[in-house]
Write a protein that binds this ligand. Structure first.
Ligand SMILES: [Mg+2]
Length: 465
């Protein structure tokens, strides 16, 4: 059976909540598997015209590239970075290893996304949860993950989820911070209010008008003043968090929480365009309720009652939570497209579940298919000496007719295998050609070769594990 839901202690006297977060996850996996990119700026995300950065390597962050930034803006700030399409299968394989490592530690873990989870150490059969022992445990987990995945993780621990999460953030990259009981507010109060869950740009602007900039400022404000400014529920919970009072349980499931809208129609609807418009509107309503409450969700569900009163539900789960209206709308629309609606629909609903109160920006996962307008990398000449450090960005002129009519789409970053040269990855494509760098996690940085895009010797492949 699955582990028990929920958690043990309400107010903890020991640093028994642990939060683990891999460093620059997607970019780190790319650097692991592509030796020529180690130590270089790497940006993983949507590469199309409306693409968004999922993860930037620390080298790219030095140029101001951030998660959730439009990829076009990232290209402007860091044109020489490698811009890569996400390889979800590779990330998922790493995630499985990480989550299994954590499950060996405690039956109660709460994954927040592919690379991030809370662990309730109080649910484990550990005799000693002293600060020193939790520190040793954190170091052990970090070593184990490094050994099994080749990646670095940062770990934080403390007496609550808030403190554990803030501690792992403070420890980044490649660090460990266990906050001893009694030290919580010393860590928390100097931080900007944005470090609290539920404080987005709008709330931060409200608070700035009260001259509240740090969590300490907020803690110094009388709670009823916070409530007057932010409303009862939101104000009260933030006032509590600012005092480091956080009794949220580490929960293995979040299924109890969901948001949905549905509507029964006067007449059965058969018109596909009308159904699509209704689903789009419902998805927008759900997304706006998520953003209004600073929540994100991983699972999008479509509910449909057919003319014969059969009720169907279809759902899709993302690797990470999203509150992005475009992603939610697109997934709901895809679920609708897979439904047979020819005989009419009498009720339609859109909902989200798997809700978390930490907004993640790993939104790319809703967009696993490469954008057909996106020809990827512009350079198609094999001159590795002059282009060593860069996977150049696609210029507009390279989009036209870049790919020829046949053959698979060669998205930058994807794994390929060549009959003669072996395994490699797509460095770029355009004008009927595709350039491949032949290297893997276990080789030295490898050579670049260019082929015709329809070369039968070149095939897409899955990530090696
Ligand atoms: Mg991470």
């Amino acid at each position: 059976m699955s582990p028990p839901h929920g958690s043990i202690a309400l107010v903890r006297s020991e640093p028994s909540v642990l939060h683990l977060d891999l460093d620059a996850f997607f970019a780190a996996v790319e650097q692991r598997d592509k030796p020529s990119l180690r130590g270089k700026p790497v940006v993983v995300g949507g590469l199309g015209p409306r693409g968004v950065v999922a993860t930037a390597s620390y080298e790219a962050r030095e140029f101001g590239v951030r998660s959730a930034m439009p990829t076009a803006q990232a290209r402007a700030r860091c044109p020489h970075a490698a811009y890569l399409t996400p390889r979800t299968a590779a990330y998922r394989a790493v995630s499985d290893v990480v989550m299994n490592t954590l499950r060996e530690l405690s039956p109660v873990i709460e994954p927040l996304s592919l690379d991030e989870a809370f662990v309730d150490l109080a649910a484990a059969s550990l005799a000693d949860l002293s600060t020193a022992h939790v520190e040793a445990l954190g170091a052990l987990i970090r070593r184990s993950i490094k050994q099994h995945t080749g990646l670095t993780a940062s770990v934080g621990a403390g007496t609550s989820k808030l403190i554990a999460k803030v501690a792992s953030e403070a420890a980044k990259p490649d660090g460990l911070l266990v906050v001893a009981p009694g030290e919580e507010t010393a860590l928390l109060h100097p931080l900007p209010v944005r470090a609290l869950p539920g404080v987005g740009p709008v709330t931060a602007a409200h608070l700035a008008r009260l001259a509240v900039h740090t969590i300490g400022d907020l803690a110094a404000l009388p709670a009823d003043e916070v409530v007057r400014s932010l409303g009862d529920a939101h104000g009260r919970s933030l006032a509590e968090l600012a005092q480091a009072r956080d009794d949220r349980a580490v929960s293995t499931e979040r299924e109890s929480k969901s948001i949905s809208v549905e509507d029964t129609f006067d007449n059965d609807i058969t018109n596909p365009a009308l159904l699509a418009a209704i689903v789009t509107r419902m998805a927008e309503q759900v997304a706006s309720r998520l953003t209004a409450t600073s929540l994100s969700a991983r699972t999008i569900t479509l509910k449909a009652r057919l003319h014969d009163f059969t009720t169907l539900t279809r759902s899709a789960t993302l690797p990470g939570p999203t509150d992005n209206v475009r992603d939610i709308t697109r997934l709901a629309s895809q679920l609708l497209a897979d439904l047979d609606t020819r005989n009419g629909i009498r009720l339609m609903g859109v909902g989200v579940s798997g809700i978390t109160d930490w907004v993640q920006y790993d939104l790319f996962a809703a967009d696993p298919e490469p954008n057909p307008e996106d020809s990827g990398v512009s350079s198609h000449s094999a001159e590795p000496a002059s282009t060593e450090a860069s996977v150049a960005s696609a210029s507009d002129t390279d989009h036209a007719g870049a790919l020829g009519g046949s053959g698979p789409h060669w998205a930058p970053g994807k794994d390929v295998v060549h009959a003669e040269h072996g395994r490699g990855w797509i460095w770029g494509s355009g004008l009927g050609r595709v350039t491949v760098r032949f290297e893997t996690a276990d080789t030295l940085p490898g050579p670049i070769h260019t082929f015709r895009a329809d070369d039968p010797a070149l095939k897409p492949t899955t990530p090696s594990s």
